[in-house]
Design a protein around this ligand. Sequence first.
Ligand code: GDP
Ligand code: MG
Length: 356
Amino acid sequence: MSEGSDQALTPELTALVERFRSGQRAALARGISVVENERPGFQAFLHEVLAGHTRARRVGLTGPPGAGKSSLVAALATLCRAKGERVGVVAVDPTSPFSGGALLGDRIRMNDLATDPGVFIRSMATRGSLGGLATTTNEVIDLMDAFGLARLFVETVGVGQTELEITGAADTVVVVLMPESGDSIQAMKAGLMEIADVFVVNKADRPGADRMVREIETALHLRAGRAMGSVPAHHGVDLSGGAAKASSGSDPGAGDADWKIPVLTSVALTGEGLDTLLETLDRHRDFLDQSGEMVERMRERAARRVRAVVRRELGKLVWARPEAEVLLAKGLDRIERGEATPYSVSRDVIEEFNGS
Ligand SMILES: Nc1nc2c(ncn2[C@@H]2O[C@H](COP(=O)(O)OP(=O)(O)O)[C@@H](O)[C@H]2O)c(=O)[nH]1
Ligand SMILES: [Mg+2]
């Protein structure tokens, strides 16, 4: 595919690869915009910098708007910084696209983080999908990983089934809810129950948090009962253990093959519960590594990526042919006259390409 411009590294990108590898922050920022805008050569650039990269811990946070996801990310990022980890944050928020200022709920923490050279924050808009990930979100996360950021947080607003995409982007999915808003029922409706590796009831300074924890635990038990003996849930994690409260510290399931979905509480604004949350995130990642699940997920992730790139590239190849545009123009006339449909025109375009 030597003629495909996306496959060839331009001189500018060759220089960028060097600057990226030498750890220049500006090169990461530039690289991300090259990828987001699908600039010529962006895939060759990704290929160069992703080869043999280190593995960050990728944490996805999702849940209803206002639950405190951004506040939690800010607080967790601050904790990770205190441990000397470099941190990347990707926020995908359809309600406030490209508004870096509104990215993190807590402005003071946000400002501290934004000026910290060990933290890299990127806000992305969704592209047409309802709260799912932007088309290049996964690639942006990969770039941050390749740059050497050890801990990556991805925040998405949980508004529906499109959230399932986060399971492809993160190793550990945290579903963030808050008391007093019917959140747990909403979460079940939105399919968030299915994707959680960890639950957090944030705003535990408000009444009703404990009751909500019990509600979620009950729902998990019910689900585990139904799932017993049938297909494993998301990522093949067995839910039959139900929800052990990880805040108890000791994990009776340690060493088991199963991951028991913990239901934690937190107060993002004061930091209460965040040490336990961070420990739990690490424990989940260790579980994935030790159980062999991580290898599985990496393979799935790579397979999805290959399929996505093939889809993207094939589309480009088809439309790069002048015949395709001619067939489209003619097809539109025929659709207008009621003689064709978008499906028959697509078939014509594809057949022309296949026969070439
Ligand atoms: N009382 C209380 N308020 C919180 C807590 N965490 C976040 N908030 C507030 O809840 C609001 C929404 O938080 P934000 O992090 O933007 O939520 P997001 O939409 O899920 O990202 C903000 O005004 C926060 O200051 C908490 O633990 N307790
Ligand atoms: Mg937010």
